[in-house]
Write a protein that binds this ligand. Structure first.
Ligand SMILES: NC(=O)c1ccc[n+]([C@@H]2O[C@H](COP(=O)([O-])OP(=O)(O)OC[C@H]3O[C@@H](n4cnc5c(N)ncnc54)[C@H](OP(=O)(O)O)[C@@H]3O)[C@@H](O)[C@H]2O)c1
Length: 227
């Protein structure tokens, strides 16, 4: 069966990805900051390996890649991310939080991709999927604010575009995808979608990916999002 590696798999969308892929008999490599506290993740049955990984720790990313050097990773899922719930406007940006956010939402996904490219290129599916956001779309921004989070996801989108060009020669399909507005700790209780529906939609998109989709920005329902 195929293998998926998920970052931030202890709660929210990452946990749901681990649940659904394990239930579908995939091999799941679930990473999270504190596995011993990941009570819901630990309960998942199936072919699942849980490893500690704080994505801001680049040495740890390299060490984890070493541990997993014999694995073939069909889908590398950059899911871990943070948000500024205060939706701050002009002159109210928390610049320290923004710097932290850029490391988690932007730098870490590229470091993970660079570190795990050998395991992805040796797999059958050769897919890299990074969880972006509609808030990363410059075209769709008609409400302003959210300088930190919007720019972090726009940068992630830009990284994906370069990646899709650079790794095309190796047959890798690399996409960014918005999960919709989802009821997780990040999305809050008022969000429109449950994690089950969002993740099922993203998995359908992943299942249907073709080489022609390389570099695209998708919504969880399979439609395209403008940059
Ligand atoms: N929910 C939404 O409406 C929504 C909308 C658009 C995009 N997204 C994106 O979807 C992804 C998942 O979001 P979510 O809704 O599931 O958020 P969430 O419920 O807040 O979960 C975030 C996950 O990221 C992990 N994480 C944060 N910092 C980390 C670090 N330094 N190292 C490793 N893991 C770290 C968290 O781990 P800890 O428990 O250790 O903090 C947690 O597992 C994110 O990239 C987010 O930007 C979500």
């Amino acid at each position: 069966m195929p293998t998926v590696l998920i970052t931030g798999a202890n709660r929210g969308l990452g946990l749901e990805f681990a649940r659904q892929y394990a239930a579908d008999n995939w091999r799941v490599i679930a990473t999270c900051r504190k596995p011993t506290l990941a009570s819901k993740l630990i309960q998942i049955r199936g072919d699942i390996t849980i490893l500690p990984l704080d994505v801001t720790d680049f040495s740890a990313i390299e060490a984890t890649s070493e541990i997993l050097q014999a694995e073939k990773i069909d889908v590398l899922l950059n899911n871990a991310g943070i948000y500024d719930p205060n939706k701050k406007g002009l002159r109210k940006t928390d610049f320290d939080l923004w710097a932290k956010m850029l490391r988690i939402n932007v730098l870490a996904p590229l470091k993970i991709i660079e570190s795990f490219t050998p395991q992805v290129t040796s797999s059958d599916k050769k897919m890299i999927v990074s969880i972006s956001s509609l808030l990363g779309s410059i075209t769709a921004n008609d409400t302003g604010g959210q300088y930190a989070y919007r720019s972090s996801k726009a940068a992630l989108n830009s990284i994906n575009k370069s990646l899709s060009v650079d790794l095309a020669v190796k047959g890798v399909i690399s996409i960014v995808i918005s999960p919709g507005w989802v009821r997780t700790d990040m999305g809050g209780p008022e969000a429109a979608l449950g994690p089950v529906e969002s993740v099922a939609g993203i998995r359908r998109v992943i299942d249907s990916l073709q080489l022609v989709d390389n570099g695209k920005f998708f919504n969880f329902d399979g439609s395209s999002i403008n940059w």
